[in-house]
Every structure is written in structure tokens, then in C-alpha cells.
Design a protein around this ligand. Structure first.
Ligand code: SF4
Ligand code: SF4
Ligand code: SF4
Length: 315
């Protein structure tokens, strides 16, 4: 039996639920692996786990928000033969990564103003916050499994890879980015395909009743499908909700927010640009109230804008 450990950083619990919900498929994986640590599902102490000299596969979930998260992630990763970055928090920083627009001091001040914790003497030691990071900022994983949480497509690919690894002792490539290497638009059931997409303006979701079966962009609704890797089977779109981009960019290392802005530039009011300029294209764009939250909800920590900000402030 190979050893498998599941280690959480800063998590919401959704990734744990996704993995645990695999049911029979998980049972198949457990024919090859012994779970030596997974605090949500297995009763094993961290201190015992840390005594092991190696693990075959480490699945890391969540981002890094405290010194303890960072220390644990580094320590257990150094012992792992195959490291899996599981979930968009771990791969790209996800929603907690939005705090990158504030300085660490501002974040601490904001938290302190909302949490009423009284510490007397040494009675309680609080976790020490660090600048929030994705797991991939600390460690170079072998497998990247994006999704918030990862969807069936990614989970199936991951299980297949891990079983093949158990049988052969090899991974064909490192790193492997799971999901299909194309945008969600490519096979979207709403993609008009024969005509080009034209966005008639910007509408907020509460202003329209989205038509089933019609591309969201054609209805004026922001949909991150053109800039998002195909990590799911159009899960949100099929329930009449636009993609918000939880799968991250199509290629690892590219900037999904910039790709989406570039797409918008080519589809927004394209057939009426002249009129629009007169009426105020800028006013239309102003309807995007939350630019960062719309285009970088899950990936701000890995964006060009974040890298520029870090360069400007010198680290
Ligand atoms: S990736 Fe999503 S589901 Fe997983 S821990 Fe982060 S917020 Fe939760
Ligand atoms: S923009 Fe969204 S709704 Fe339109 S084709 Fe792409 S994924 Fe489908
Ligand atoms: S449709 Fe988009 S937001 Fe929804 S699960 Fe798929 S990638 Fe994530």
C-alpha cells in the first residue's frame, strides 16, 4: 500500500466534501493507498503523521494564511513524492486571495475590529497571520487540480492519475494541469458557433431574466467562459448561471482576467461602436461595478496586476 495524506491549509470545507463525496470511486483509490492523514475523515494525530519519513502522495487543500499553514505545507511537501495542489485556493489563491489588494496591516486591522478575543497572559495563543498565498507560491506541485471545489471531471482525472501512479510508479508529466486544455466556451451548449457573439451592453444579473440556452454574453451578462479552463461540464451554465471563473485560466501561468477583458473588447457593442462612442461606451463599462471581483474573483493572487503591485512596493 502507498501512503496518501490530505493536508488542509486555509479551507472552507468544500474541497474536503468534494473529495469525501466520491464514494465508491474513493473506495477504489483506497485499494492502492492507505490514508495516513486527513483530519476531516480519518482519526490520526498530526504529531504521529509528522513522524513519518515519507508519503507517496500529498493532497494539499486551501491557501496559506498563517505561519502554521506555511510551516506545515513546506514540511509535509518535502516528504512527498507526488504533490497535488487541490482546489482553486491551493492553486490560484481563490476568493481569499482578493485580500491581496490590501496591505497585510490593513487586513489585520480589519479582522481585529470584527473579532472580540480577550487574551489574558499566555492563556491563548492566536495563529500568526502571514501574507496570504496560494500553496503553489510555496511549493511546485506535480498535479494541479483547480475548481472551487474541483468538479467531477477534475476528480475523475485525478483518481485515474493516482491509480496509474500506484500501478506504474510514474507520472507522465510534471506538472499536470487537470481539466481539458480549452476554454469552457469551446464546447458550451450555448455557444452560437455559426455567428459571432455580440454583447449588446452590460446587464447585471438582477436586471434580466437569463434566457435558457442562449449565450450569456449575448444577453449582456458577464460570463467568464471564454477565459476559463474547461474543468467542469458547464456546471453553472447548465443551471442558467454564468461562469464566474473558478477553474482559472486555460493555461497555467496565463492571466484569465486579462483574457476576459480582451474578449470583452472584441464583443461589446461591436456592431454599433460608432453610436456607442457617441452615447458613451465608457458609461456602459462603468456598469461593471466590481472590476476586480468580476475578472479576478479566484485568481487575483496570480494576476499580472498583483505582480506589478508587488514589484512597485518592493516585495
Ligand atoms: S477551493 Fe473553494 S471549496 Fe476549496 S477550500 Fe477553497 S473556497 Fe473552499
Ligand atoms: S460566454 Fe459563457 S454562455 Fe457564452 S458560449 Fe461561452 S461559456 Fe457559454
Ligand atoms: S461553470 Fe465556471 S464557475 Fe461554474 S464550476 Fe465551471 S468553471 Fe467553475
Amino acid at each position: 500500500m502507498l501512503r496518501l495524506a490530505v493536508v488542509p491549509g486555509a479551507v472552507c470545507g468544500g474541497c474536503d466534501v468534494a473529495l469525501a463525496s466520491l464514494g465508491e470511486k474513493l473506495a477504489k483509490l483506497l485499494e492502492y493507498y492507505e490514508v495516513v492523514y486527513w483530519p476531516t475523515a480519518v482519526d490520526r494525530k498530526l504529531s504521529e503523521f509528522l513522524k513519518l519519513d515519507s508519503v507517496d502522495v500529498l493532497i494539499h487543500m486551501g491557501g496559506i494564511s498563517t505561519e502554521e499553514d506555511a510551516r506545515l505545507a513546506r514540511e509535509v511537501s518535502a516528504k512527498a513524492r507526488v504533490k497535488v495542489s487541490f482546489g482553486t485556493c491551493s492553486v490560484y489563491g481563490d476568493i481569499p486571495g482578493l485580500n491581496s489588494i490590501y496591505s497585510p496591516a490593513e487586513i489585520r486591522e480589519s479582522i481585529a475590529s470584527q473579532v472580540d478575543v480577550r487574551v489574558e497572559g499566555d492563556a491563548l495563543s492566536l495563529p500568526q497571520p502571514v501574507n496570504y498565498a496560494a500553496y503553489t507560491d510555496l511549493v511546485e506541485p506535480d498535479i494541479l487540480a483547480p475548481g472551487c471545489p474541483p468538479d467531477d471531471k477534475v476528480l475523475d482525472q485525478l483518481l485515474e492519475l493516482l491509480i496509474r501512479y500506484a500501478e506504474t510508479g510514474k507520472l507522465e508529466a510534471r506538472p499536470v494541469l487537470l481539466g481539458d486544455p480549452e476554454s469552457l466556451c469551446s464546447r458550451c451548449p450555448r455557444n452560437p458557433k455559426t455567428t459571432k457573439i455580440v454583447m449588446p451592453g452590460i446587464r447585471r444579473l438582477y436586471e434580466v431574466r437569463p434566457e435558457e440556452g442562449r449565450c450569456f454574453l449575448e444577453q449582456g451578462i458577464l460570463c467568464m467562459g471564454p477565459a476559463t479552463r474547461a474543468i467542469c461540464d458547464h456546471s453553472c451554465i447548465k443551471v442558467n448561471y454564468p461562469c464566474t471563473g473558478c477553474g482559472g485560466p486555460v493555461e497555467y501561468g496565463s492571466d484569465s482576467g486579462l483574457s476576459m477583458i480582451s474578449t470583452l473588447a472584441s464583443v461589446l457593442l461591436v456592431d454599433s461602436e460608432k453610436v456607442a462612442l457617441e452615447r458613451g461606451l465608457a458609461r456602459e463599462l462603468d456598469k461593471i461595478r466590481d472590476v476586480v471581483g468580476s475578472f479576478y474573483r479566484y485568481t487575483l493572487r496570480k494576476s499580472s496586476a498583483y505582480r506589478l503591485r508587488v514589484l512597485r512596493r518592493g516585495g
